[in-house]
Design a protein around this ligand. Structure first.
Ligand SMILES: C[S@@+](CC[C@H](N)C(=O)[O-])C[C@H]1O[C@@H](n2cnc3c(N)ncnc32)[C@H](O)[C@@H]1O
Length: 208
């Protein structure tokens, strides 16, 4: 990765983080529509819900230190986390598959990847992750789970055959109530090790 490539990604991230400052307001507007039913992804179609800058930087280091190349992400949103994944992947000659249910979000993410000059590195699959990743047979080095929490378990299980001894599963929002069933279920499997990071906001799952 050359300096100008890195600058291009970082300046795109600055712009996206600035825009995401209004997330709370947009989220409230979206959720007002769902006063009498559970919140749906479409209610938050204008909201980033992104990982933090610190988490992003930590992901870059994780990718670099473990020479991670094949990266899969569940939950693209507008592409903030995928841009950090790209910053890491540029250093390891890796690539990213990311998947987003809401078409308008995926389109905006692709624009952002073009703006950052990393469009070639990131394949965006539009649709339900359980469908878009169902034929994925390629070994996954890093799986970032950051979509709707009720899908963590079925998605983790669906992709389990692609894990190898060095696979890392990065579970974001591990501290949310909806994530607990997933964590409890996989913690029963002795095959997996868990490391809590960012004060429990995320958990790294690795293979023993
Ligand atoms: C927490 S946000 C992702 C944030 C992003 N990883 C980042 O840090 O910039 C979760 C995203 O998952 C998407 N999502 C929800 N259910 C999904 C599904 N079944 N398949 C794919 N994407 C889904 C939502 O539309 C939302 O944009």
């Amino acid at each position: 990765m050359n300096i100008s490539q890195q600058n291009q990604i970082e300046s795109t991230l600055v712009h996206l983080f600035n825009d995401s400052k209004y997330d709370m307001l947009k989220a409230m507007k979206g959720m007002a529509k769902s006063a009498f039913r559970p919140v749906q992804p479409a209610d938050l179609k204008n909201v980033y819900l992104s990982i933090s800058k610190e988490q992003g930087e930590d992901l870059v280091a994780l990718i670099k230190n473990n020479n991670i190349q094949n990266i899969v992400e569940f939950g693209t949103s507008f592409g903030i986390s995928a841009l950090y994944l790209a910053l890491g992947a540029l250093q390891t000659k890796g690539s990213i598959i990311t998947t987003e249910l809401i078409e308008s979000k995926a389109e905006k993410a692709i624009e952002n990847f073009k703006l950052a000059g990393v469009n070639e590195l990131i394949e965006v699959r539009v649709g339900n992750a359980l469908e878009t990743l169902k034929d994925h047979n390629y070994p996954i080095d890093l799986l970032l789970l950051d979509g709707w929490k009720d899908l963590y378990l079925p998605l983790f299980q669906m992709l389990e055959h692609t894990y190898h001894k060095d696979t890392i599963i990065y579970v974001d929002n591990a501290d949310m109530a909806q994530t607990q069933v997933f964590l409890k279920t996989i913690s029963r499997n002795e095959k997996y090790k868990f490391e809590s990071i960012f004060g429990g906001k995320a958990v790294l799952v690795t293979i023993k």
